[in-house]
Structures are given as structure tokens and as C-alpha cells.
Design a binder for this molecule. Sequence first.
Ligand SMILES: *Cc1c(COP(=O)(O)O)cnc(C)c1O
Length: 509
Amino acid sequence: MTDRSIDPYQPIAPERPPGDPDAARTDRLTEAVSAILPALDAFNRFETPDRSSVRSEWLPLLDEPLPEEGVGADAVVELLRDVVIPRGLRVGHPGFTSWVTTAPSTTAAAGHLASAVASPQRWWLQPGNHLDTMAVRWLIELLGFPASFVGTFTSGGSTANLVGLGGARQHAAERLGIDAALDGIGALPEPRVYASPETHHVVTRAMGVLGMGRANLRLVELDSERRANVRQMEGLICEDLAAGRTPVAIVGNAGDVNTGIIDPLTEMAALAREHDIWFHVDGAYGGWGMLDERVEPAFGDRGLYDSFAVDPHKWLAAPVGTGLAICRDGDLLGRAFTIESGAYDRERNQVADPIGDAEAPWGALGSGTPDWGVDFSTPTRGIPVWAVLKEIGAEGVRERIRRHNDFARLVAARAVAEDELELLAEPQLSIACFRYRPPGLDDPARLDALNADILAELRRAGRSLPSSTSIDGAFALRACYINPRNDREHVDLLVDDVLAAGRRLSAAG
Ligand SMILES: *Cc1c(COP(=O)(O)O)cnc(C)c1O
């Protein structure tokens, strides 16, 4: 029942009342940020024990029903400073080598704040808009792509892979005279994508989102080096072509997340070319690896990739929420992700002169286009990326990649040298997988249990923080180096800590 005493066309609160409940502070940022900065610096020193898992401490201070009345800015800043920040997630700890995630470096964090406040929207003329476009161009150059390739920042590798495969879908459909983005893919006979079983599950999800179907991702076996079996892939493609299906894309891994292995990208590119199939490469984690000259040849000719996904929020340590999709064909990508202008934003199409001044603010869109991705409003992700590249330069990034690849090689060398350790996967990039295996202990179940216990003990101690994976069914300790705070000292500490925990647990058990 509508309340007939309320006239929906009459204003009811045009003036702020005394004690205004909408007290959202829009000034005095210095005060708020200064209040939390010492806590953030202390957090980044990682000197105190990690209390993030002690829920009994922080849950009662934070967990509550939706408040009807606010507590005001000062109280919120205090909670951030005293409760949230000190118990934060320590993915930036120098001994943290779990999964493929890290915390932003200082300049990246400062750029993130600057972007959030002064460039909260990527579009329209302003320095942030230019920096975003320029950062994309810098990365295209850094990663060895032809200058004719285009790129766009995305929310992460998940979306960057989705964008690449959206390009692939458009390409395959247009060859059959279908505009997939306009008309859907109902008329596209059984779209198929080919990849290795180590392919990240976001690719499978992209198949679902793009309407091609998760079941239409065809996985080949791994070869003896844990890379996609390209001969088998060729067989599947020929089989599908003969049956009238539609090969849409070959997906190559440029560093899978388990072991960091790079698929035979040159052979895959050739196979894709031969059948005019889109070649997408997922380098979300390992794409940066091409900056190490020892590994670069494994990436092949970037000019042969049709699309590429890479995450500045991984090895480049940009704030989480920063992926990058690179594509050979900007026109095609624009057709795949066209967003029509609404009546309210028709000025969006008035693209600015790239050098000259605009007549007035808001009159012209800056550079870049929302037609290359799935976001419309989007943060200016390029500001923190630009900040990092400007701070350390191309050579600084290369140095980080080489150093981290070295760290994995050092762990592997010690795993080979120590009698009680076993190397389970030779590092190609910055991931080393190994386990504790005292001479004489061969029972697979006991080895798995022992190594799981070692991992649990390391996490309790909080100094060496690897993750785990499964290599040919065996429980492996997995160290992945992408964190700019990882140091040489913690490389040796990890191996020493595993040996010490293994000895203690074996003696106790
Ligand atoms: C991290 C990762 C993804 C997923 O990317 P998000 O940034 O987590 O969305 C996909 N593929 C690979 C190889 C990755 O390392």
C-alpha cells in the first residue's frame, strides 16, 4: 500500500538538518590518511606476530548488524587504524610465496590513492586518462608486442582472458558471416577451444560467460615436460573441423599457476595460423617472465599472438584489481565489445585531439575506448602502473623478474642437493615445487601427510609462507616468487625451515 500522505513530487530534505546523519566527510583527507599511515607503515614492516587468524580478537569489534546511525569519520578511521590494518592480510611479507598474489609497492599504493581521489573515472580529458593510455602503450612495448596491437586495463586476469576469448569468438563467427556480439552465437556450430589441463579455470568460466559452454573447452594431455601436447591438439582440431564444429581458439599458457611451465607457444601459434584459429595466450602470472632473457625464447614471436592476458597486479605489484588485455586487432575487439552511446552520454563520442587543448572540460572524451572490455565506468588503473614503471623503469622490472626466477632456481638447487628433499618440478619461471622426503620414506600417503604437516607448521611460525599443490598426485610445497619484498635471506630460510620442520615431525611421528 502506498502512503497517500507523501507526495512523491515534493522535496522533503533539501537542506541539511542540524546533526545531519549524512555526515560523510568530503574534506580533511590529510587528517584521515595521516591517522592511518603510521599503522600502514608498521603493517608493512611485518614485525609483530600475524594476528589475522585470531578471530576472537577482531570479530567482536567489527561484526554487527547494519547500523541505523553512523559513528562518524573519526571512529571509522580509528577502527581502520587499530583493528583492520594491524590484522591485515600479509601477502606482502618477505617470506610469503603462496599462490600468485602480492601487495602493492609504495609508489603503487600512493598512485592508487591519487587515482581514487583525483582521477576516479578513467574517461574524459585529464592527465590520468593520458597516463592510463600511455601505461598500456609502455607495457605493449615492454612485453615485445608490435606497436599496432591495442590494450586495455581490466579488473584482473579473469577479465583479461574473457576479453581475449571474446575477440576469439567474434573472429570465428565473422568468418562464418555471423556477428556474434550483435546476433548471439546460436548460429555458430559447436564452438570449441583447445588448451592444456593446466589452463586456469577462469578460461573455463569465460567459455560459460561467452555462451560457448564450459564443456566445449577441449583439454589435451601434458607432454613429458608438463606442456600441452600440440600433436594431440592438432588431431582434435582436425576431428572437429571434419565434424563441422567451429574451432574458436587455441589457448597457450605462458606460465601455468601450479608450476610456471610455458606451453610450446611457437608450435601452437603455427597450428593456429595453419587453420586460421585465434591464438590466445594466458600470461596473467608468467607473461612478465619474457623479460628474463634466459626464458624469453620460450614465449616465441609476440606478433603471432592474437590476444594476451597479463596481470600488473601480480609480478608488477600494482594494486589488486589491475589486469591487462592485449589484442592484435582493435577494430575486431571493438565489434566484440561494442557499447552503444545512450542519449545522456552522446558526447562520449567526441574524441579529443591527442595533442591540443579542448575548448572546455567535459567537452571531449580522452583517449581509449570502453569498446575493448566489459567495464564502462572504470577506475584509472593506469596511474599506479605508470607510477611503478616511472619509478623503476623497464630495467627495474626486468631485474625483478630475473631475481625471482633465480630464487626459484636456488630453491630447486637446494632441493636437489639436500638428501632429505625432493624436487618435484624443475622451475622454468619463478615457481619451485618440492617436498620433504627423508631417505627410506616411500609411502605416498605418509609423504603427503608429512608435507601437509610441514606446511601447517610453517604457517603457524609465520616466517616462511609457501603454498601447496599436487604434482602427479603428490603433495608438493610450492614457492612462487612475485613479491617485490621477497629477499634472498628468505629463500634460504624457506629451505631451512622445511628441513627443520620435517626433521622434527619425522622424529615425533
Ligand atoms: C591469476 C591468474 C589468472 C586469474 O587472474 P585474476 O587476476 O586472479 O583474475 C588466470 N590465469 C593465470 C595463469 C593466472 O596466474
